[in-house]
Structure formats: structure tokens, C-alpha cells
Design a protein around this ligand. Structure first.
Ligand SMILES: C[S@@+](CC[C@H](N)C(=O)[O-])C[C@H]1O[C@@H](n2cnc3c(N)ncnc32)[C@H](O)[C@@H]1O
Length: 369
């Protein structure tokens, strides 16, 4: 942060306080609507039919049929939980589901793991559901994380996530757009490489769409609240106050949202106007979108503890976060260029009834032989 004047976007939830803040404050009705849309994708994108067809026509191997399900950047994983419930309800009882959850946030991963364990206890005890989880950066090291998971299972317990089994991975919540730019292919290529022997690998991808996509939204830009900034400021506050890795010339004022409205009617209006920028995003293979960047102007000088000479002066704008919201058509073309079959459905409006309606879409990237 001191050197690059920015935080690591993929580690936004890695600090416990940030994860806890997110779990408590992310809106329930927003989460419920998104979860229902993600679950419906299973049928709308034809995954249900295709999976059942493949299981029914697989040549007999003398072994129990397995379906792999991976939750990538799973967070609280409400969408994945609905998918597990759906699979347990609809697949034949002899099919075993190997579910692995991966995330960079220990707190969110443990919360998710415990909900899955408690909700599906009967299926786990009967051996229908195999549950695994690991801390992992899915962009920088999905392949090694999967290899680690597999190696950690005792051989007497049978192979975990068999490489030849039909494999479905979910990556919801715009994790690809919330990472550094030009990373849209990294999760997919690692997944395909790892399951190279499988005849059916699908990445079910949830992405934020730029404002002009789908149903007309009135405002020109997505709007954010000061509450969202409270979340973004959890990590620097933690570094300053709890870990004391950072020092400030006035720690009580630093990393707080100023109450000063200047000529704005609300603090939200001021933040959207002064702290958040939106710029065109141009990725590879003609991919386009809007990139929103969330800045924070330092109110005091800061420095690494014990190194007061290397100061970042008050007024410097730190980038706390940056996200891409895609043009849907160019995103679909991007994955087709990478050789994937793309199945899509109409986007949904997140927070349709609230102050900040935003577009979100789930699509399937399929490699089928
Ligand atoms: C916006 S939330 C999405 C969570 C969930 N998938 C959803 O749709 O609600 C982002 C989640 O992705 C995780 N995440 C972001 N980048 C990651 C990365 N590179 N590797 C692993 N997890 C990541 C975060 O820790 C957080 O739990």
C-alpha cells in the first residue's frame, strides 16, 4: 500500500474485520434475490439436463458415479448452497457429489464450510456428499490449490475430485471483474488444465455488467454509499490500529469518512462525485466495460511503522478497490475466442427496489467432448 498507493483487490476480504463487516452488512434481500437467480441458472443454462444426460450415458466403470462441484471465491456461498441442495434433490442417490470450496478469506470460508456441514449433515454422513475446503488465491494458484486438496485426502478414503468426472465450477459475485485487469482468462485456463481428462467441464460465471446492459437503468453510473466505503476502509484501519504496521500523524482522523458535506446534499453524493471514478475498460480480444475505481484521499501523512522518513503525504489518493463491469456481448465473445461454448440468460437487476440497482448476469462456459 505504501509503495503502490493501492490495496490488493483480491485480499479485500482477507482481514477478519473486513470479512465480518461484509457478512453482517451485505443486504439480505439483495443476497436472497441473487441466490435465487444463481440457483435458477442451473436449469436456465441447461446444466441440469446436460449433467443428467452425461451420468445416464456414461459407460459402466464399476465405480460409483461422481460429479465434481467447485465453489471458487465462494465467500458465504449462498448460491453454491442452493446448488448443492438442488443436486442432492435431483440426482440419483448413487451419484456422489464432491464439493470443494475455495476462498482467500479464512473467516468467510469457515462460515461457509460450517453452513454446508450443518445443512447437509445427513448427506455427508451417508457418503453422498464429500465436503472439502481450502484457503487459496484462485487467480494466482487454482491448480496448485486443487492438487493440495487432493493430496490431503487419505488414499484409503478414495480419490477426491476425480480428474475424469464431470466438473462444474461456480465463480459468482464478479470475482473476475474485481481482480486486477486482464485476468478474465486465468481461472478458466487453470480449471481446464487441471481437469484436462474430463469430457465435461463448465465454469458458471457471475459477472457485473455495465450500466447500459439489459433493463434500462436511469442513472448514468452505478452509485455507491458511504457504507460501502466503511467496508473498504476496514483493512487500512486494521493495519493502522490493530496491527500497528502503519503510523499516521493523526491516527484518530485517518481512514475515516469526513462528515464535511461541502456543497453536496449527502455524503454519498460527495463520495460518488469526488472519490469514485469510472473509465472505459479495454481488455483482450475486444473485451470492453467500465472500470470503477474507489479512491481515498489521505487526511494525514502515513508511513510504515519505524520508517517515518518514507512518508506518503496527506492528500495522496490511495486506490482501495477497482472493479470492472462488463459489456455482456464482448465478454461472451471473449470466452468464445478462448474456445468455450457460451450459454447465457437475461441478466438480473441487483437491488432493484433500492437506491442502487445494478446489473448482474450468470452464464455458463462449457467445454464438452
Ligand atoms: C464479492 S465476494 C463474492 C462472494 C460470493 N461468491 C458471492 O457471489 O456472494 C468476493 C469473494 O471472493 C473472494 N475472492 C476474491 N478474490 C479472490 C481470489 N483471487 N482468490 C480466492 N478468493 C477470492 C473474497 O475473499 C470473497 O469471499
Amino acid at each position: 500500500m505504501i509503495r503502490k498507493r493501492r490495496l490488493s483487490f483480491s485480499h479485500l476480504y482477507a482481514v477478519g474485520h473486513a470479512a465480518a463487516w461484509w457478512a453482517i452488512h451485505s443486504g439480505k434481500s439483495e443476497v436472497d434475490n441473487k441466490k435465487r437467480y444463481e440457483q435458477a441458472s442451473w436449469v436456465n443454462l441447461g446444466l441440469d439436463t446436460e449433467l443428467k444426460r452425461r451420468l445416464a450415458t456414461a459407460p459402466p466403470s464399476g465405480q460409483r458415479p461422481v460429479v465434481n462441484l467447485l465453489g471458487l471465491g465462494v465467500g458465504e456461498g449462498w448460491g453454491e448452497i442452493e446448488l448443492i441442495a438442488h443436486l442432492l434433490e435431483t440426482l440419483d442417490r448413487d451419484v456422489q457429489i464432491h464439493y470443494a470450496a475455495l476462498d482467500v478469506s479464512p473467516q468467510l470460508l469457515v462460515m461457509h464450510y460450517c453452513v454446508v456441514r450443518d445443512r447437509f449433515r445427513a448427506a455427508i454422513e451417508s457418503g453422498r456428499l464429500i465436503l472439502a475446503a481450502t484457503l487459496a488465491d484462485i487467480v494466482a494458484g487454482l491448480g496448485p490449490a486443487l492438487a493440495r486438496l487432493r493430496a490431503g485426502r487419505p488414499s484409503s478414503a478414495g480419490e477426491l475430485l476425480p480428474e475424469r468426472a464431470p466438473t462444474i465450477a461456480t465463480c459468482f459475485g464478479n470475482t473476475i471483474g474485481n481482480d486486477d485487469p486482464m485476468h478474465e482468462d486465468l481461472i478458466l485456463t487453470q480449471l481446464l488444465e487441471h481437469f484436462a481428462a474430463s469430457d465435461y467441464v463448465t465454469l458458471v460465471l457471475g459477472v457485473s455488467l455495465r450500466r447500459t446492459q439489459g433493463r434500462k437503468l436511469t442513472a448514468e453510473r452505478d452509485q455507491y454509499s458511504a457504507k460501502f466505503y466503511e467496508f473498504l476502509l476496514q483493512t487500512p484501519q486494521h493495519l493502522l490500529h490493530d496491527l500497528q504496521i502503519l503510523s499516521s500523524s493523526d491516527p484518530t482522523r485517518e481512514f475515516t469518512i469526513p462528515a464535511d458535506l461541502r456543497h453536496y446534499p449527502t455524503i454519498d453524493a460527495r463520495l460518488n462525485d469526488e472519490w469514485i471514478t469510472m473509465q472505459p475498460y479495454n481488455g483482450e480480444h475486444g473485451l470492453t466495460g467500465d472500470r470503477y475505481s474507489f479512491y481515498y484521499p489521505l487526511q494525514t501523512d502515513i508511513w510504515l511503522a519505524g520508517q517515518p522518513k518514507d512518508r506518503v503525504p496527506a492528500g495522496t489518493r490511495l486506490m482501495l478497490y477497482s472493479v470492472t463491469k462488463y459489456d455482456f456481448e464482448t465478454l461472451k465473445q471473449f470466452y468464445q475466442t478462448l474456445g468455450m461454448q457460451v450459454v447465457d440468460q437475461p441478466p438480473m437487476v441487483v437491488d432493484a427496489a433500492g437506491n442502487n440497482p445494478r446489473m448482474y448476469a450468470v452464464m455458463a462456459l462449457v467445454r464438452a467432448r
